[in-house]
Design a protein around this ligand. Structure first.
Ligand SMILES: [Zn+2]
Length: 235
């Protein structure tokens, strides 16, 4: 009696925070790629202008590539959904009896006995026949139909927003501490967002923060090493 409402509430919470958690996890890309590029360039030159240009270029390149990538992948998903809906609509129009049997079969496989499965199939079909087939046969919810433009601009905007953090680390620092400042701002941002992501996912905040911080530190160390080697070799 007490367990059920509580369980319902938790399910609800996880559905609502899903997109937020995805955004937090995606922000790692923006922070790590921008800071690594800036530190790589900064290890080969002392020019603040060069480091800043590298950072700004990283923001635009990353945001645009996120937008294009997301648009292409979500468009492909939407095309598949549209084709599925068209095929299902056609089947419902040409073979309604077979489709009803098919739907009842799906409910029977989920554990309802045969008669009840048919009753459920009939009643759900009366309300929204296409909707029932899309949801239970193909796993498509009307509300969740893929939206390529929305996915594209949201991922571009969130990339750009988070990629500004390492640039902030550059502009607030005195000349002698530039790279250290970028690294500190980057690691602090990663730790904070990692902990937040862990909390939203119901996992350990400490472990989530540590994982992404170590990953970010490694990425910056590698590009710093490469930048130094290239700076010596080319310069
Ligand atoms: Zn069907």
């Amino acid at each position: 009696m007490t367990a059920q409402p509580r369980r319902h509430r938790e399910t609800h919470r996880s559905a609502r925070t899903g997109w937020l958690r995805a955004g937090v996890l995606g922000s790692n890309d923006a922070i790590i790629s921008t800071s690594s590029l800036m530190i790589g360039v900064g290890s080969s030159t002392t020019s603040e202008q060069a480091i800043l240009i590298a950072g700004v270029a990283a923001v635009f390149a990353g945001a645009l590539s996120m937008a294009v990538g997301e648009y292409v992948s979500v468009s492909a998903q939407r095309d598949t959904e549209r084709a599925d809906i068209a095929r299902e609509t056609h089947e419902l129009a040409t073979a309604p009896e077979a489709e009803l049997q098919e739907l009842a079969g799906i409910y029977a496989r989920r554990g309802l006995d045969k008669e009840l499965a048919m009753q459920v199939a009939v009643q759900l079909s009366e309300r929204d026949r296409l909707g029932a087939h899309l949801r239970d046969e193909l796993g498509i919810e009307h509300a969740s139909l893929a939206r390529p433009f929305q996915a594209a601009w949201i991922s571009a905007a969130s990339f750009a927003l988070f990629a500004l953090l390492p640039i902030l680390g550059l502009v607030i620092a005195p000349a002698s501490l530039r790279l250290g400042s970028i690294a500190v701002v980057t690691l602090a941002s990663l730790a904070g967002l990692g902990a937040l992501g862990g909390r939203l996912g119901g996992a350990s905040m400490m472990r989530a923060a540590l994982r992404v911080t170590v990953g970010g530190a490694l990425a910056m160390a590698v590009t710093a090493g490469i930048g130094r080697l290239l700076g010596v070799a080319v310069g």
